[in-house]
Design a protein around this ligand. Structure first.
Ligand SMILES: *[C@@H]1O[C@H](CO)[C@@H](O)[C@H](O)[C@H]1NC(C)=O
Ligand SMILES: *[C@@H]1O[C@H](CO)[C@@H](O)[C@H](O)[C@H]1NC(C)=O
Length: 199
């Protein structure tokens, strides 16, 4: 008597939850976490290398660069310009509004540095690798991988963290994904339990 209407309401609610289209499983990562985008402090010269290897990027994710627009900028460059810190070639893309979102819309390697002369030499440079939808990484560009600027992401797990706490706060996006995934799993389990209990 009591149980059936409750169960019907519950399962209707759960079905709604399960059938709700997921608009996006993508995340916006704040580059450098609390350090944002700038010349790394002396205590963390490998700030962006470390930040990059400690994150797993996926197609559709985006990067948020925060910096004072009067003093800095973000340029996407070729692997060659990245390795040589050369500002001679025109950048692939230039962002300078201080609050720049870069969408990772294709698999591959993305090389960023500052558009301000001298900043790249001071390690304000970031390489991000985005795997294909099936999870495999494309080979890095010929002149991109060998200069020791960044470990290939496939090898990232062994990268030694030589300074400070790990940037765990930057992983909040991934944590949210896991939480959302388990919420759906839990809802599915509840629904299954209900169906079994009624049968
Ligand atoms: C990046 O993606 C967001 C959301 O999908 C979109 O609103 C924005 O216009 C995109 N930015 C660029 C530069 O393509
Ligand atoms: C993954 O996808 C890429 C293209 O996006 C393809 O070249 C590669 O062969 C695929 N790998 C596997 C294991 O399916």
């Amino acid at each position: 008597m009591f149980r059936a209407p409750f169960g019907i309401i519950m399962s209707a609610a759960l079905l709604l939850l399960l059938l709700q289209p997921q608009s996006c499983w993508c995340y916006e990562y704040r580059v450098g976490d609390l350090d944002c985008w700038g010349i790394p402090p002396h205590s963390k010269p490998l700030l962006y290398t470390s930040w990059s290897v400690n994150h797993r990027f996926h197609l559709g994710d985006s990067l948020l660069f925060l910096y004072p627009p009067s003093q800095d900028s973000v340029i996407q460059v070729t692997a060659r310009a990245f390795n040589s810190c050369s500002l001679a070639e025109p950048p692939l893309q230039k962002l300078h509004d201080g609050n720049s979102v870069f969408n990772l819309t294709a698999p591959g390697y993305y090389y960023f540095t500052s558009g301000v002369a001298g900043h790249c030499e001071k390690d304000q440079k970031l390489v991000v690798a985005v795997p294909s939808a099936n999870g495999t990484f494309l080979p890095p560009p010929a002149d991109g991988g060998s200069a020791g600027v960044a470990a290939a992401p496939g090898e990232s797990q062994s990268y030694p963290i030589v300074f400070g706490p790990t940037p765990a706060q930057g992983s909040s996006g991934a944590a949210a994904a896991t939480a959302a995934g388990s919420a759906v799993a839990a809802a599915a389990a509840l629904l299954l339990a209900f169906v079994l209990s009624v049968a």
